[in-house]
Design a protein around this ligand. Structure first.
Ligand code: UD1
Length: 342
C-alpha cells in the first residue's frame, strides 16, 4: 500500500518513513530539500533495507504537484510534514511562511480531490493552544490567538482542513505534536538543524560536543517549581509510530469523524533544568549553561493530556526523558564523528 510522505527527508518525516516501511507500507517521499539532505534516503535504506522512492520538488508549485499526483494516483494516504517551522524566522518573514505552509497544503488537497485520494494526516502543533488555561491540555481546549506566523499557519491549516472535509471526499487527521526530541536508535537519522539551533535539545547536544560555547536558559522567573519553562518532550520514534497508527485508522475506515484531532505527547511536563539534568545524567558530562532573560513568545508551561489518543488510537508514548536525551546525544556524536567538517 502506497503512502506519500511529504517532507520525508526531514526530522520527523524520516523517522516516520522508517516506521511505515517496518509495517510494510510502500513509501514515496516528496521533499524540496530546503531544510534536509538527500543522503537521508540512503540512511533510511540502511536502517530498513528498503529504498523509498524519492522525488525532489516543491509542493508550492501547483503544476508539479498535480503532475506528481496524476502519476501516483494509487496512493492510499498522504502524511504531510513538509513545512517551515522556525518560530523566530516566521516573525521576520511572515509571507514566506504563509505561502510555503498554506499553498502547499492547498495544492495537496486539490490534487487529492482531483485524483480521488481520500486520506491526509497533517502535522499540527500544540502551539495552537497558546498558554492553556487548564493543564494538562486536551484536544477540547480552545484555540488561542497564535503567537507567531508559524503558529498561525498551523491554525489556518486546521481550518482549511475543517472546511475542505465538509465539501469533499477527503478525510483528515491533525496530529498536534508537543516537543519532539531524540533520534533513531541506529543513530543513522536524527535532527539536523541548519546553522544555530533554535530548539533546546539540539542546542544542548551541540554545546556538549563543543560546537556552541554555552546554552542560554531562557528565563528562571516562570511560575513553575524551578522557575524554568515546562514542556512535554516526546521521543521522535514514539511520535513517528503514531503516524502509522493514524494512517492505518484512515485506510481501515475506523475514523469517527471525517476530521479528527489528536494530541501527541507523553502527558509529562519537564522544565528546562530537568532536561539539562537528564542530559548530564545520561552523557556523564557537565553542561555549560547560564540563565538569561525570557525568550519573547515562549509560553510558561504546557503539557498534553494524551488520554484521547491513548484510547482512540491505542497508541502511547513509551520512551523516557533519559532515553530521549541518550539517543539525541548518540546521534550528535555519531554524526559529528562521521562528518568532522560540519
Ligand atoms: C516551539 C513551539 C512548537 C514548534 C517549535 C518549532 C510552543 C509551545 N511550541 O517549541 O509548536 O513546533 O517551537 O521550533 O510554542 N530553550 C532554552 N534555550 C534554548 C532553546 C530553548 O532555554 O537555547 C527553552 C525554551 O525557552 C523553552 C524550551 O527550552 O522553554 C523548549 O524550547 P524549544 O525546543 O525551542 O521548543 P518550543 O519553543 O517549546
Amino acid at each position: 500500500m502506497k503512502i506519500l510522505v511529504t517532507g520525508g527527508t526531514g526530522y520527523i518525516g524520516s523517522h516516520t518513513v522508517v516506521e511505515l516501511q517496518k509495517q510494510n507500507f510502500e513509501v514515496v517521499i516528496v521533499d524540496n530539500l530546503s531544510n534536509s539532505q538527500a543522503e537521508v534516503v540512503d540512511s533510511i535504506e540502511k536502517i530498513t533495507g528498503i529504498r523509498p522512492h524519492f522525488e525532489e520538488f516543491d509542493l508550492v508549485n501547483r503544476e508539479l504537484t498535480e503532475a506528481f499526483f496524476k502519476k501516483h494516483n494509487d496512493i492510499k494516504g498522504v502524511i504531510h510534514f513538509a513545512a517551515f517551522k522556525a518560530v523566530g524566522e516566521s516573525v521576520e518573514k511572515p509571507l514566506m511562511y504563509y505561502r510555503n505552509n498554506l499553498v502547499s497544503l492547498m495544492n495537496i488537497l486539490e490534487s487529492m480531490i482531483s485524483n480521488g485520494i481520500p486520506n491526509l494526516v497533517f502535522s499540527s502543533s500544540c502551539t495552537v493552544y497558546g498558554q492553556p488555561d487548564e493543564l494538562p491540555v486536551s484536544e477540547k481546549a480552545p484555540i488561542k490567538k497564535a503567537e507567531s506566523p508559524y503558529g498561525n499557519t498551523k491554525q489556518i491549516s486546521e481550518e482549511i482542513l475543517t472546511d475542505t472535509i465538509h465539501s469533499s471526499s477527503v478525510n483528515a487527521i491533525a496530529l498536534r505534536y508537543f516537543n519532539p526530541i531524540g533520534a533513531h536508535d541506529s543513530a543513522l537519522i536524527g535532527e539536523l538543524p541548519l546553522g544555530v539551533p533554535n530548539n533546546l535539545v539540539p542546542f544542548i547536544t551541540q554545546t556538549a560536543i563543543g560546537l556552541r560555547k554555552q546554552l542560554s536558559v531562557f528565563g528562571e522567573d516562570y511560575n513553575t517549581p524551578d522557575g524554568t519553562a515546562i514542556r512535554d518532550y516526546i521521543h521522535v520514534v514514539d511520535l513517528a509510530k503514531a503516524h502509522v497508527v493514524a494512517v492505518k485508522r484512515m485506510i481501515e475506515n475506523k475514523m469517527k469523524n471525517s476530521f479528527e484531532v489528536f494530541n501527541l505527547g507523553t502527558g509529562n511536563g519537564y522544565s528546562v533544568l530537568d532536561v539539562i539534568k537528564s542530559f548530564e545524567r545520561v552523557s556523564g558530562l557537565p553542561l555549560n549553561y547560564k540563565i538569561v532573560g525570557r525568550r519573547p513568545g515562549d509560553v510558561e508551561q504546557v503539557w498534553a493530556d494524551p488520554a484521547w489518543s491513548n484510547e482512540e488510537l491505542g497508541w502511547k508514548a513509551e520512551r523516557s526523558l533519559d532515553e530521549m536525551n541518550a539517543s539525541a546525544w548518540k546521534w550528535e556524536q555519531v554524526y559529528r564523528g562521521k562528518n568532522s567538517s560540519k
